[in-house]
Design a binder for this molecule. Structure first.
Ligand code: KIV
Length: 352
């Protein structure tokens, strides 16, 4: 097992302040969690995407708390030294604060998670505050939120219209005020996502949200090319990038059979570790995501976003150097506005 030390909230805030992007992946079982830990990821999410990529459900909606606990326990056994986040499945937090707190505590107590994540903006802010008040670290999730969109017409890119952008910024401030330690933005063009990252004190991570946020997440099975039904536009399979490295490694070993017998480092585990390590390196060097994995936005759409009172200029100004202390102060949120209808209509498997 690796000797990696777990990231702390102070580390994550420090990375944001220094513009050092965090690199993280999902994992739902021992082998991939182990490979991720050995590759040095900053965080692991036991996503409810495991419902689809690991358990074979058509969407994330059917997965239960009990099933998520089994996946999270396995990931924890594989990566005991990595900050582990349990994803609250649909039905585990929406009904009431008590449900939210009790189910979040299951991830912590039964599965060894360090934090939980849940989808939604102002509609779940009360539940998030209840979990935070119970001493639980909570990550928010905005932009495309699969639990509430899969059943209602598919996965759509967010933040391209003024309404969608304004709503995302307002929700992000609301979640920050409710006490989240970070927010994940899913499926947004780079420029609006960067606006969110630069205006909030907590780290804003992205999955399909361009390269100007505070870190990147990918679904393990997309990174490995291990999920057949579809792949989002923003996801890169890293296996082709490391096959030569893997072959050269195997060729450099004098006795492969012996290596396999003594250390089991002659197969998929090593290949997976190499692929994740390559991804981590690319994220840290800001080589991923490059333009091929970023949703485009038309000039006229961008012009409309620039008219928003939430657009704070096009230069990426640095965040406050005292970001770590601001973390516990819960900065004031933007004024709440009505929640407009979802405007963006781009599917996530195409660039525009
Ligand atoms: O479940 C998951 O893996 C997620 C990502 C899609 C963001 O929430």
């Amino acid at each position: 097992m690796s000797k990696q030390t777990k990231r702390t909230l102070a580390n994550l805030m420090g990375m944001k302040a220094q513009h050092a992007p965090a690199a993280w992946v999902t994992a739902y079982d021992v082998p991939f969690a182990l490979a991720a830990e050995r590759a040095g990821v900053d965080l692991i999410l036991v996503g409810d995407s495991g419902a689809m990529v690991q358990l074979g459900y058509p969407t994330t909606n059917p997965v239960t708390m009990d099933e998520m606990i089994v996946l999270a326990r396995a990931a924890h056994r594989g990566a005991p030294n990595t900050f582990l986040i349990g994803d609250m499945p649909q039905g585990s937090y929406e009904a009431c604060e008590r449900d939210a707190v009790l189910n979040a505590l299951r991830f912590i107590k039964e599965a060894g998670c360090d934090a939980v994540k849940c989808e939604g903006g102002r509609r779940v802010a009360g539940k998030i505050r209840a979990m935070v008040d119970a001493g639980i670290l909570v990550m928010g999730h905005l932009g495309l939120t699969p639990q509430s969109t899969a059943s209602f017409g598919g996965y759509r890119v967010q933040g391209k219209t003024r309404e969608s952008f304004d709503r995302t910024v307002e929700d992000a401030f609301e979640l920050q005020q409710a006490g989240v330690f970070a927010i994940l933005l899913e499926a947004m063009p780079e420029e609006p996502a960067a606006q969110v990252a630069r205006q909030l004190h907590v780290p804003i991570y992205g999955i399909g949200a361009g390269g100007k946020v505070d870190g990147q997440l990918v679904i393990m099975h997309d990174l490995m090319g291990f999920y057949e039904p579809f792949r989002p536009w923003f996801a890169k399979c890293y296996i082709p990038s490391v096959t030569r490295q893997f072959t050269e490694f195997l060729e450099s070993v004098p006795d492969l059979k012996q290596l396999g017998r003594s250390e089991r480092r002659d197969g998929l585990l090593v290949l997976a570790e190499m692929a994740i390590r390559e991804y981590v390196k690319d994220v840290r060097d800001r080589r991923f995501p490059h333009h091929e994995y970023i949703y485009s936005i038309k000039e006229e759409e961008l012009a409309a976003l620039r008219m928003s009172s939430y657009w704070k200029g096009d230069h990426l100004y640095p965040v406050d150097g005292n970001a770590a202390s601001l973390m516990i102060q819960h900065c004031a949120g933007a004024p709440a506005a009505h929640v407009p209808a979802n405007g963006a209509e781009q599917g996530v498997t195409t660039k525009e």
